[in-house]
Design a protein around this ligand. Structure first.
Ligand code: SF4
Ligand code: SF4
Length: 180
């Protein structure tokens, strides 16, 4: 504790200060101009979205903070955050927002922007490649439960070609290396 009359030159803060020179003042308009951004500016930081989110307790940036970061112009931090990819897309936040902010859909918009800039995590890209190669996101393994249910013991394989045809030429296909 400081002695009486002694003044500290470092102010005490409860959060890390933001370096405003790193902010992108156009980011909020970029998100607002997207199909889900109409009510972005109506956010009044009530944190209801975070209270509703089943995974926010695991996140460094909570849903209401992600929205605030967008409004402040923290483009790099939002688009490179793991949180936008870990969102469960359960829509609990969006359903409960009293201001009609489309929180979940805005997170989708952020993912689309991040993908355009090559900021997709490797594990997500791996899922995309799995889809292209096998036609399914998760491999169903053969086990005794199939036999109990009267199903053939081996899981029939899926033909990945129709999936490749659908993704061929799309941005998703290009992203995971399966398109033009
Ligand atoms: S619930 Fe809506 S208004 Fe409240 S912090 Fe979240 S986005 Fe903002
Ligand atoms: S949609 Fe995403 S951010 Fe919203 S409550 Fe569900 S997990 Fe949380």
């Amino acid at each position: 504790m400081s002695e009486a009359g002694e003044h500290s030159t470092t102010p005490v803060t409860l959060v890390d200060p933001i370096d405003i020179s790193t902010l992108d003042p156009h980011f909020r308009n970029e998100i607002r101009s997207m199909p889900n951004g109409d009510d972005l500016y109506a956010c009044f930081a009530c944190t209801t979205c975070t209270a509703a989110c089943p995974i926010a307790c695991q996140w460094t940036y909570k849903p209401h903070q992600l929205i605030r970061m967008i409004l402040l112009g923290m483009r790099n931090e939002v688009l490179s955050s793991k949180e936008i990819w870990e969102c469960l897309t359960c829509f609990q936040c969006q359903e409960r927002c009293p201001q009609g902010v489309r929180v979940t859909d805005i997170i989708f918009d952020c993912k689309n922007l991040a993908a355009e800039e090559g900021l997709v995590p490797e594990n997500i890209l791996g899922l995309g490649r799995q889809l292209l190669e096998s036609g399914q996101l998760y491999q169903v393994t053969a086990d005794w439960e199939r036999e109990d249910l009267g199903l053939e013991p081996e899981v029939p394989g899926l033909d990945p070609e129709p999936m490749k045809a659908i993704l061929h030429g799309t941005r998703t296909g290009r992203l995971v290396g399966g398109g033009d």
